[in-house]
Design a protein around this ligand. Sequence first.
Ligand code: NDP
Length: 237
Amino acid sequence: MKNVLITGGSRGIGAECVRVFSEAGFRVFFTYKNSGEEARELEKNFRARGIKCDVSSFKDTEAAAEIIHKTGEIDVIINNAGISQIKMFQDITEADWDRMFDVNVKGMFVTSRVFLGDMLRRKSGRIINISSMWGENGGSCEVHYSASKAAVIGFTKALAKELGPSGITVNCISPGVIHTDMNSHLSDEDMNALIYETPLERIGNVRDIADTALFLASDKAGFITGTDIPVNGGIIM
Ligand code: NDP
């Protein structure tokens, strides 16, 4: 049985990854920061273990690794935990900027760094990072978010080159607009405008992203590395 670690698995896209990977026969470990209740609910219903761990903290992540390594080594990492914020550029504070990069970029570094040894020892493994269409195209009033998600793409491409000879693939997925708490601030009018701009005429759902991650983790994706897969209904921003 393969082991997957999903960061930020308590809600949204991460929680769907917990469900989809568990149903596909993986033993699932996931982290969360605040949503203990949601984590316990997932544990009740799926073959999954939730661990409270701030993704940006080496200390927390190493403590999580100690728990996980009692059961086995990680075959697949999904660096999903992320935050967003809508702010005019002039209003972004130093604290906003640091928090954005701590969670969205440092978190991916910390998790990959702590669990890479598991993969290097076996000369196989998959790292799947969640970027965003704003990382590809840039979003107005989301400069810090967009910059952090562009960093996810750069990280993916560079690490893929370094780890290819070790049999480890590194890819990222750039979701378009997906129905989760992250978009709860959008009005019905905003949603309709986004649907209008999307050739497939709908907002994405969490399953669209979890299924893509499952494909990238599968043997079918063995020759894919260093790539960014847009999953956005064809929206052109
Ligand atoms: P949600 O806000 O629904 O869920 C975010 C998840 O990340 C939660 O499980 C949350 O845990 C966890 N998390 C946040 N901060 C931390 C932290 N410091 N340490 C550990 N876990 C943390 O977001 P989505 O599911 O929508 O987003 C998932 C990923 O997809 C993000 O990287 C996001 O940027 C990206 N994305 C989302 C899009 C969308 O339209 N929804 C579009 C493009 C990209 P807790 O519940 O404990 O707070």
